[in-house]
Write a protein that binds this ligand. Structure first.
Ligand code: DGY
Length: 320
């Protein structure tokens, strides 16, 4: 069985595939154009897929009728048309759990970074404008005892809630498709409606799976209902936020600040006005960028491919 991998992954995954006797096709180019990527896909039956740059949509499946399985090197699968995959009996694997701690760490650091005005203060240092100690200047806010609202309380949201509870004794509100008994029991989390979440959170952090129905859910109508001292954090998918509305909410001090590890589009355009704001911290989608998480993802993806090669169900499969 041939496995096309569009970009190199940690050796642990490659070794597992080699030991399973699978043939690996790994292009020498650092990055592929859409046409080049499609050509590789047309000539393989299994894909270990890195990144969300190219979509697995109807066009893809029609162009690549020989593809029989896709193992994503991500937990998110919003770049795959699952209905199309289902209609062709193509299993789609992902990499849950192994990146939950790392991704929630980034949400947690963005929350603190925005609360303590890191972008503003770092810029002052870079500008040679450190200044004398001033009791009234550069004041941030403390998170102790404040309310964290989690939109989408799955594995990553749970880890974010746990850290925030332990470190800052934050109250946890959440809105989710289903109640999360573990979070309610262990963290005292309270399930609320979307409207209550928005209105009562001092920090609102997105951890949901992205679907087209949630496109720009966080827009001016939501931002204007948030508290004036609220912090908006997104480490899930950039599609959740209307960036123009977010900019307006930040400039007008409708909300305190925003921490984004994901933007729309990615990479964020350099002339995006959000980058001019000192109450914004933007990171280049590094949620899972630790050695531990990326090794874990390589193992999960390889396990999925190997199971498929033995006619077994992928252990981490997002479709039936
Ligand atoms: C994921 O796993 O979905 C992360 O966003 C990395 O792409």
């Amino acid at each position: 069985m041939k496995v096309f991998i569009n970009k190199n992954i940690p050796q642990t995954g490659i070794t597992m595939l080699n030991e399973a006797g699978l043939e690996i096709i790994l292009p020498e180019e650092e990055s592929l154009s859409y046409e080049e990527w499609l050509n590789y896909c047309k000539n393989t039956d299994t894909i270990l897929s890195i990144g969300a740059e190219f979509k697995y949509d109807k066009n893809f499946f029609e162009a690549c009728p020989d593809v029989r399985a896709i193992a994503l090197y991500s937990v998110g699968f919003d770049h795959v048309d699952i209905k199309e995959a289902n209609s062709r009996n193509i299993p789609v694997g992902n990499t849950p759990d192994v990146l939950s701690k790392a991704t929630s760490d980034v949400a947690f650091l963005l929350m603190q970074s925005v609360a303590r005005r890191t972008s503003y203060n770092f810029q002052k240092v870079k500008d040679g404008n450190w200044g004398a100690f001033d009791p009234l200047h550069a004041l941030g806010q403390e998170l102790y005892g404040k309310t964290l609202g989690i939109y989408g309380l799955g594995r990553i949201g749970f880890e974010m809630a746990k850290k925030s509870r332990k470190a800052f004794d934050m109250n946890i509100l959440y809105h989710n498709r289903h109640r999360n008994d573990e979070a309610e029991r262990e963290l005292g989390a309270t399930y609320v409606s979307f409207e209550e979440l928005v209105a009562n959170s001092d920090v609102l952090s997105i951890h949901a799976n992205y679907t087209p129905g949630q496109k720009e859910l966080f827009d001016r109508f939501v931002f204007e209902k948030m508290k004036s001292g609220a912090i908006f954090i997104n480490t899930a998918r950039g599609g959740f936020q209307n960036e123009k509305d977010l900019y307006d909410a930040l400039v007008s001090k409708q909300i305190w600040g925003a921490g984004l590890d994901v933007t729309n589009p990615e990479p964020m355009l350099q002339d995006n006005p959000l980058l001019e704001l000192s109450n914004v911290c933007v990171l280049p989608h590094i949620g899972s960028a630790t050695m531990e998480a990326r090794n874990g993802m390589a193992r999960r993806a390889a396990e999925n491919i190997i199971a498929f090669s033995k006619d077994e169900k992928m252990p981490y499969c997002v479709n039936p």
